[in-house]
Write a protein of this length. Structure first.
Length: 255
């Protein structure tokens, strides 16, 4: 069986020559196969299959000139051989080494020059380990941090420059911090805050410029204080207020 790509070319673009390979014994026993499992092929799936069949050889290829070989070998090599790969020139190699190493050894990659590495590192770390990444230059790194770091540590991200990050923060911060984000410049953030505010504080958003926020006020704020919204410019907001005002007070209180 061969792969869909019907060629066997090495990473330099030259045809793979089984006759010149050091793994003649493997070829003879079927543990490597042209166009299917070959460490010299430039096709990553074939390199991966070679190490899947011959994981004991991974250590021998951690300094191979082709980065795909180094990266795939790093997934199966002995762990104690991986730390030098954290300084590899290729981000794929660095990441494949980092994912198998203890956290204490990969902390320097929080400042890796490649965003994909930092994103993946952020997915591995927790709480205090993530704190230096709260001000990362890449918004998606900060987004991952906002999702993972302990909620009591999110105060520094309440004023993040990216609205999507602040939305995550708004959904996770402790309830007693919510008022600190009620005046966020982004309506979607304010709406997330409004959904979490208790009724007695929600009324402070009665004059918000976004109809979704006012609709939340109309539906949940203390009923005796929402009368002004009966004249709201938005039909849904007015209807919500009118529906609540028409209910018997005892029914509204039980809700």
């Amino acid at each position: 069986m061969i792969d869909d790509i019907d060629e066997a070319v090495d990473w330099r673009g030259n045809p793979v020559d089984c006759g010149a390979c050091d793994h003649q014994a493997l070829l003879a026993t079927g543990r490597c196969q042209i166009k299917r499992a070959c460490v010299h092929d430039r096709y990553a799936r074939r390199i991966d299959r070679f190490f899947d069949w011959n994981s004991g050889l991974a250590n021998d290829y951690l300094s191979h000139p082709h980065f795909e070989v180094r990266a795939i070998a790093a997934k199966r090599a002995d762990v104690f051989r991986l730390p030098p790969l954290l300084r590899d020139n290729e981000e794929t190699v660095r990441w494949n080494a980092a994912r198998r190493l203890p956290k204490r050894l990969i902390l320097d990659l929080r400042a890796d020059p490649h965003r994909e590495v930092r994103i993946r590192i952020a997915n591995l770390l927790d709480d205090a380990e993530l704190a230096p990444m709260m001000t990362d230059t890449d918004y998606y790194v900060r987004l991952v941090v906002a999702r993972r770091i302990a909620a009591p540590l999110l105060s520094r991200m309440m004023r993040d420059e990216e609205a999507e990050v602040r939305r995550v923060v708004a959904r996770r911060i402790p309830e007693n911090w919510l008022t600190g984000m009620m005046n966020d410049p982004d309506a979607s953030v304010r709406y997330d805050i409004a959904q979490r505010l208790p009724p007695d504080l929600l009324i402070r958003l009665l004059g918000d410029e976004d109809w979704r926020v006012r609709y939340e006020v109309a539906n949940r704020a203390n009923v005796e204080r929402i009368g002004d919204l009966a004249r709201d410019a938005d039909d849904l907001v007015r209807e919500a207020v009118q529906a609540r005002l028409s209910r018997p007070l005892i029914q509204e209180t039980s809700i």
